[in-house]
Design a binder for this molecule. Structure first.
Ligand SMILES: Cc1cc2nc3c(=O)[nH]c(=O)nc-3n(C[C@H](O)[C@H](O)[C@H](O)COP(=O)(O)OP(=O)(O)OC[C@H]3O[C@@H](n4cnc5c(N)ncnc54)[C@H](O)[C@@H]3O)c2cc1C
Length: 405
């Protein structure tokens, strides 16, 4: 493929760059001495910034125009991500909503749902969260136990618990996967719902991470009433709807712009600040290894882009990008900590957050073992994992989730 911008892409890039140059002073400041510190202020500033990016056409680039997007291709989205990263300003706050949940509603939602929810989501007026994972359903997502039962009048009652829900503490809505029929095999009895986070019976409790932040939460649902039309994609079709979200999750991570901000130039600058390390051949060798891994991810990413540009769905090999980026960044964090010593973890260090957050990222968006299993089975054609629960009604599974259902 030709890696240079076409004349149209170059024009798009110039437009994006010019807008960012002009509007950069209004971007929220998240690092350095002037950084905002109060969480409410950060969220408010980032929501307002998302609104500005959306108005300028720099958010939801691939969304259809009728829902406020630009109707452009994934390359144009990547160009925006690259320029935002280069300008050193934050991207949109609600990457989960705009990158994964909005596209799921566009693919499976009703016209009413699209008309009601997509605009405020894109502009940051209503933030969304992904209510999928549970204490006993993470990698094995189809094992969710949160139950939704339909009453005679068509309304639903929802009970259960979700966990690791990013942004739930300030979300207006969540897209939630629930079990609506326990008497069929586990992938078949699931349904997707839109849940207002301020509904009576919803409780959000923050989970504090080692980095000090509490970015995700446990969310409890105690007999929450949902309207009859809260389902997305049809009753019993929740697994197919969830797969759409997970496919967009893979693409969002893959197109996150230059390795989720973990790039070798940034790492090299961190290391080069130390005169001795800059000349140390072992440090240089290790940095070189990390840089070549990240370069390989970049070129694999171009393959994903080519598939998307041709209207194809990227294959499971795209999941390897996340594994490689996270492992490369962990190695870089260790190298920087070796070079800088305890200062690397100090409150004023730009590396402290990355170093403490990365171990969590090993799980987010699919764990390394699961992603490698998928590559083994679907790319390399290795024998599949034994699946003892195949074809058995969820309520008859001899596991703790089956017993509880
Ligand atoms: C930063 C972060 C943000 C997140 N945000 C969200 C969010 O917004 N919404 C949401 O719904 N979820 C979210 N998650 C949850 C995430 O999707 C789960 O952590 C992930 O699916 C793994 O599930 P688990 O944590 O329950 O681990 P488990 O599935 O319990 O896995 C535990 C360990 O066992 C291994 N393992 C499990 N099954 C197998 C197998 N078959 N073969 C080999 N090894 C296996 C795993 O690889 C892992 O090492 C987030 C997680 C993180 C870390």
């Amino acid at each position: 493929m030709d890696l240079d911008d076409t004349p149209e892409q170059a024009a798009h890039r110039a437009k994006v760059r010019a807008w960012l140059e002009e509007n950069k002073p209004q971007a929220p400041v998240l690092t350095g001495p002037d950084a905002l510190t109060d969480e409410d202020e950060i969220v408010a500033a980032r929501r307002a910034w998302q609104g500005k990016l959306a108005e300028a056409g720099l958010a939801g680039v691939t969304w259809p125009k009728e829902f406020g997007g630009q109707g452009l291709g994934p390359i144009e989205q990547v160009i925006c991500n690259q320029e935002i990263a280069k300008a050193g300003v934050p991207g949109i706050l609600d990457a989960i909503g705009v990158g994964m949940l909005g596209p799921t509603i566009i693919a499976h939602g009703s016209d009413e749902q699209k008309g009601r929810y997509l605009g405020p989501m894109l502009h940051g007026d209503e933030v969304w969260c992904q209510l999928f994972s549970e204490p006993a359903a993470g990698s094995d997502l189809a094992a969710v136990q949160t139950r939704a039962r339909q009453a005679q009048d068509g309304t639903w009652r929802l009970s259960g618990q979700k966990v690791w829900t990013t942004n739930a503490q300030f979300s207006s809505y969540g897209l939630l996967l629930a079990r609506t029929d326990a008497d069929v095999p586990k992938h078949k009895g699931l349904t997707m719902f839109i849940v207002p986070m301020d509904a009576p019976g919803v409780t959000v409790r923050g989970l504090r991470q080692i980095s000090g932040e509490a970015e995700f939460n446990e969310v409890f649902f105690d007999d929450v009433e949902l309207a009859a039309d809260a389902t997305v994609g049809g009753v019993g079709n929740g697994w197919g709807t969830a797969l759409t979200t997970l496919m967009f999750e893979r693409v969002t991570i893959g197109l996150g712009g230059e390795g989720l901000g973990y790039n070798s130039v940034r790492f090299a600058k961190g290391i080069a600040s130390d005169e001795h390390a800059r000349r140390d051949s072992e440090v240089r060798k290790q940095l070189g290894e990390i840089a070549s891994e990240l370069l390989a991810v970049r070129f694999t990413g171009y393959r994903t882009l080519t598939a998307l540009q041709r209207g194809q769905i990227p294959g499971p090999e795209a999941g390897l990008a996340k594994v490689t980026i996270v492992n490369g960044a962990i190695k870089a964090g260790e190298l920087i900590a070796d070079v800088q010593g305890p200062d690397a973890l100090g409150t004023s260090s730009e590396w402290a957050y990355m170093i403490s957050f990365l171990p969590g990222l090993k799980s987010a968006g699919g764990t390394e073992e699961i992603l490698r299993n998928t590559i083994g089975e679907r790319v390399l054609g290795l024998p599949p994992e034994p699946r003892l629960d195949k074809g058995i009604p969820f309520s008859e599974l001899r596991s703790k989730e089956g017993a509880a259902a």
